[in-house]
Design a protein around this ligand. Structure first.
Ligand code: NAD
Ligand code: UDX
Length: 480
């Protein structure tokens, strides 16, 4: 029986290993983590992450060929294939702070593998890492190897949160990078054999190590760039009377461009896009390519501009002040069908509104009050993002209440901000919401999910990203 151990029981390690266990009954999969509470949650009825379909897969396999354990060293030493799926966040201090990936967790995992291994291993980079990380990992492993052989593979993960199980069951591609030596090719084949249990062979592609590492950063940069492109268009649409949904539809019908990932929004969030682009920017700078670095930096700048623009539009529409006004925030997660708030645009928008002394009433079906309070009181790293440079005093969070119902959040509010595209926000009783709000009642739709005409008929003043402006908003000062 092939034994797989995955270091890191997070958003990637947990679901990915659960699907491998489900699809490969003859493989034993153990997921380990330094966080004992996270492991306990994986072993309970309340999994540590919310992901549609995940509960069922875990419940089917747990205790059979899928295990979650805090006994890291035992399972690492017994495994044939070790996936490393630890976090690789942006460095907050020291060399490369605000851009470079922090490989502390990766390095300590690699040192531990070298310390406890007694037999040859295939070590798989599942985390997103800078190009050439495999070389550094190889050095750590082999310098401490005591004669044990390691093959490093890069097998980046392309799942998106909210659709992780679907993406893992039916991946568009599985990418495996390895050394071009006979041993490297043998290791690639061993990992291919695992995926081939359910992924058609023509979707499993192999490359050299550096191409696999860079492809992951490139894919995320391209995806984020599409969103910044359509968001840049949304600003122009508002200035000209064009409708960004119509523009996206027309543009996306060109098969060379394609229709997906062209929804204008208040900005992209999530733990990957910004982090991975910053990482790419840093790598370009380190390789003497400042023009390339600046090109990608612009994707993040437009994303920050979009979040700023949204806040400015809201404040200027409401007579240039939201001081003391109740603003309902519908949605805090960075996208629907997840409780993840890492880099969610809601943090920046809420901080912007708090900076203008608004009182926020926040509702998200999957995000806890604790998480929201923590997110709003935490300081982010200071890169050249204008929005991140606004200091927020710790007392601001007292202006925040978190409620468990959209109607409660909107009661007596002056304005409603939709920041996550949860399906339930599409079918709310907006007449009821209008009746219980202060007048004039505003809706600022950062996800373009409401029926603008219907809401205007009810009496709302509606702002929807990139849509022709409400006559009310046209009369307000221009927003830059
Ligand atoms: P996460 O923070 O949810 O999980 C990482 C886990 O690793 C944590 O539970 C942490 O306790 C554990 N860990 C850290 N150091 C450890 C160590 N030395 N030993 C054992 N456990 C350790 O992160 P994530 O979202 O799962 O992302 C993991 C990696 O995958 C990142 O590099 C990320 O960029 C990449 N990725 C994430 C996504 C996504 O959608 N979240 C998608 C593709 C790729
Ligand atoms: C992303 C990549 O899609 C995935 O392949 C990679 O493995 C991890 O990073 P994720 O961040 O989980 O996945 O979600 P994604 O669906 O890509 O959305 C990212 C952000 O972009 C969200 O805030 C989302 O709301 C936003 N978005 C997405 C838009 O604003 N408009 C779009 O058209 C699509």
């Amino acid at each position: 029986m092939v034994k797989i151990c995955c270091i890191g029981a997070g958003y990637v390690g947990g679901p990915t290993m659960a699907v491998i266990a489900w699809k490969c009954p003859s493989v034993e999969v153990v997921v380990v983590d330094i966080s004992v509470s996270r492991i306990a949650a994986w072993n309970s009825d309340q999994l540590p992450i919310y992901e549609p379909g995940l509960d069922e897969v875990v419940k089917q396999c747990r205790g059979k060929n899928l295990f979650f354990s805090a006994d890291i060293e035992k399972h690492v030493s017994e495994a044939d294939i070790i996936f490393v799926s630890v976090n690789t966040p942006t460095k907050t201090q020291g060399l490369g702070a605000g851009k470079a990936a922090d490989l502390t967790y990766w390095e300590s995992a690699a040192r531990m593998i070298a310390d406890v291994s007694k037999s040859s291993k295939i070590v798989v980079e599942k985390s997103t890492v800078p190009v050439k990380t495999a070389e550094a990992i190889e050095k750590i492993l082999t310098h401490n190897s005591r004669g044990i052989k390691y093959q490093i593979l890069s097998n980046p993960e392309f799942l998106a949160e909210g659709t992780a199980i679907q993406d893992l069951f039916n991946p568009e591609r599985v990418l495996i990078g390895g050394r071009e030596t006979p041993d490297g090719q043998k290791a690639i084949q061993a990992l291919k054999d695992v995926y081939a249990q359910w992924v058609p062979e023509d979707r499993i592609i192999s490359t050299n190590l550096w191409s696999a590492e860079l492809s992951k950063l490139a894919a995320n940069a391209f995806l984020a760039q599409r969103i910044s492109s359509v968001n840049a268009m949304s600003a122009l649409c508002e200035a000209t009377g064009a409708d960004v949904s119509q523009v996206s539809h027309a543009v996306g019908m060109d098969t060379r461009i394609g229709p997906k990932f062209l929804n204008a929004s208040v900005g992209f969030g999530g733990s990957c896009f910004q982090k991975d682009i910053l990482n790419l920017v840093y790598i370009c700078e380190c390789n003497g390519l400042p023009q390339v670095a600046n090109y990608w930096k612009q994707v993040i700048k437009i994303n920050d501009y979009q979040k700023n623009r949204f806040v400015n539009r809201l404040v200027s529409s409401m007579f240039n002040t939201v001081s003391g006004k109740k603003i309902a925030i519908l949605g805090f997660a960075f996208k629907k069908d997840t409780g993840d708030t890492r880099e969610t645009p809601a943090i920046d928008v809420c901080k912007g509104l708090l900076g203008d002394k608004a009182c926020l009433s926040i509702y998200d079906p999957q995000v806890t009050e604790d998480q929201i309070q923590r997110d709003l009181s935490m300081n982010k790293f200071n890169w050249d993002h204008p929005i991140h440079l606004q200091p927020i005093s710790p007392s601001s969070v007292k202006q925040v209440s978190v409620v468990w119902d959209a109607y409660e959040a909107t009661k007596d509010a002056h304005g409603v901000c939709i920041l996550t595209e949860w399906d339930e926000f599409k079918t709310l009783d907006y007449q009821r919401i209008f009746d219980n709000m202060q007048k004039p009642a505003f809706v600022f739709d950062g996800r373009n999910i409401v029926n603008v005409d219907k809401l205007r008929e009810i009496g709302f003043i509606v702002y929807s990203m990139g849509k022709p402006l409400d006559p009310w908003l046209k009369d307000m000062p221009a927003v830059a």
